[in-house]
Design a protein around this ligand. Sequence first.
Ligand SMILES: [Zn+2]
Length: 279
Amino acid sequence: MKIGDMTIDAIVDGECVMPTEAVYLNRGPEDWKEYEQFLAPSAPGSNLFTLGGYLVTQGDRLILVDAGVGPKATFPFVGGALRSALINRGVATTDITDVIFTHLHNDHIGWASLDGRPYFENATYHCDRRDWDHFVRPDYPMPEWEAAFTDPAVDAAYVRLAPVADRMHFFEGDDSVLPGIESWEASGHTPGTTVLKLTDHGESVALIGDLSHTEPELIADDWDFMAHEDHKEGLQAIERIRKRLYDEKLMFAAAHYPGMHFGRLTMDNGKIGYEQVPD
Ligand SMILES: [Zn+2]
């Protein structure tokens, strides 16, 4: 994707495949019948979530938005390819100037550090202060689902992020992260979940992170994702930002839609929809 002089490319680290009935508290396989086009035929009966981040080139900056699940993830999270994906694009870890986290769940911070050292050794890291305060502490009350999917000794945010604490810059809610990159308040999935709006030469796109994990969660109402910290706020954030994405006619990419493609919202007879756009 290119806007102005800025490029935004998906960097795939891995994937997570989960049975459809396990993803939403109040939706199951029956509800997917209307939205079958959004299921990957290569993962029958399941939701395929791609994991990774987005590489943004902006002048002299080389920015990574989210850092995948990392090389030591726990089933069903399979990661580790981000390193090869960067090499494939001719990018060295030392080239990355900034790492921005949309939130601090383990499938977004996996490559923040490796063996106790910052993995992107020249980078400044950025996140919403409320997520830092919530996750980066040894007494973080890990919910059941997260404990089941992770190895806290290596995956916990306070382990992965301690090595980058002294290079972390904080933003909060609606804020400016870097020139041309603004954050939108989207808390609910986590206390500091963020949507990023990227602008260059008058053109904009959004990276919506984990605001929504599947297309129907964004375009239909009340698909209650199992891992929201605050379910009510998570659903409210979707409604609010869906309107903003539509009103501003923004192309956007989510953190986990299969293949990490860009898309846009459509309107057909008063019904909101989603269509993928060419990268
Ligand atoms: Zn995620």
